[in-house]
Design a protein around this ligand. Structure first.
Ligand SMILES: C[S@@+](CC[C@H](N)C(=O)[O-])C[C@H]1O[C@@H](n2cnc3c(N)ncnc32)[C@H](O)[C@@H]1O
Length: 248
């Protein structure tokens, strides 16, 4: 579905989120511009960070989305295929900021995978740097039994997406079915299944602290209001500082 990803999420405010994040970095006194982006997808946040003068290393598991991201962002970013749970295999050095956006963190299904991932973030953030990740999937916010539909239409490609959601223990399963008219081609795709780990906000914060992050905090839905936002379709934005290692 990589080819249709940007059409499906056409209304997402990537630039607004990056403007908020840059203000957040400033608020935390992080001025460096070396940024590691985990789960970059088709490179929409990447492009907005590069436009603001960041040098980005961007990692994703999927070569299909990376191909699109590389075409989209030709300068200022380096794209790497890899798994967020094993960052050392692909990433060297430490960054001023590590970000992991649009609920990518929720692809960790278990607390142990979440911990591996966050430890990798911690190992690659500078002592005076910071980590930021967001998710709209929490135990409370996941809508078990949800049925939804979206239409996307950019004049060339018209598509419809049906979603159904089912909670299976601490995993939320969302199945998408697509019907897409792409020029003369009609594509139907059933059961694009996404499995997401469901945690309460405190579990994210506790795991961050377990791996060494200091001054952990959560903000509500891209605002400076403190506290998680577990309402459906709202995001919680988690922040941590990398200073614990420097203090040891
Ligand atoms: C919801 S998309 C978000 C993409 C992008 N951050 C955005 O905002 O458009 C989640 C991304 O996480 C990637 N992903 C899923 N599991 C991953 C893993 N274990 N390691 C790295 N990337 C992963 C997927 O390939 C996908 O591109």
């Amino acid at each position: 579905m990589a080819r249709y990803y940007d059409r499906i999420y056409w209304s997402k405010d990537y630039d607004g989120e990056v403007a908020f994040l840059v203000a957040l970095f400033r608020r935390y006194g992080v001025a460096g511009r070396r940024l590691l982006e985990i789960g970059c997808g088709t490179g929409n946040h990447t492009r907005a960070f590069v436009a603001r003068g960041f040098q980005v290393t961007a990692l994703d598991l999927s070569e299909d989305v990376l191909r699109i991201a590389r075409r989209k962002v030709r300068h200022g970013a380096r794209f790497v295929q890899g798994d967020m749970r094993d960052l050392d295999a692909k990433i060297e050095g430490r960054y001023d900021v590590v970000v992991c956006l649009f609920s990518t963190i929720s692809y960790n299904l278990t607390r142990s995978d979440l911990k591996k991932t966050l430890r990798g973030f911690y190992d690659h953030v500078k002592d005076d740097g910071m980590v930021v990740f967001d998710t709209h999937f929490t135990k409370k916010g996941f809508l078990d039994g949800y049925r939804g539909e979206d239409i996307f239409d950019d004049g060339k490609i018209i598509g419809a997406r049906l979603s159904t959601s089912k909670r299976r223990g601490d995993v939320g399963e969302i199945s998408f079915t697509y019907l897409i008219k792409d020029g003369r081609k009609v594509i139907t795709l059933r059961n694009d299944v996404h499995r997401l780990g469901l945690f309460v906000p405190e579990e994210f914060l506790e795991t961050m602290r377990d791996v060494g992050f200091e001054k952990t905090e959560v903000y509500s839905d891209w605002t400076f209001r403190k506290g998680s936002n577990t309402a459906p379709f709202k995001d919680s934005v988690f922040v941590g500082r990398g200073i614990a290692r420097g203090m040891r």
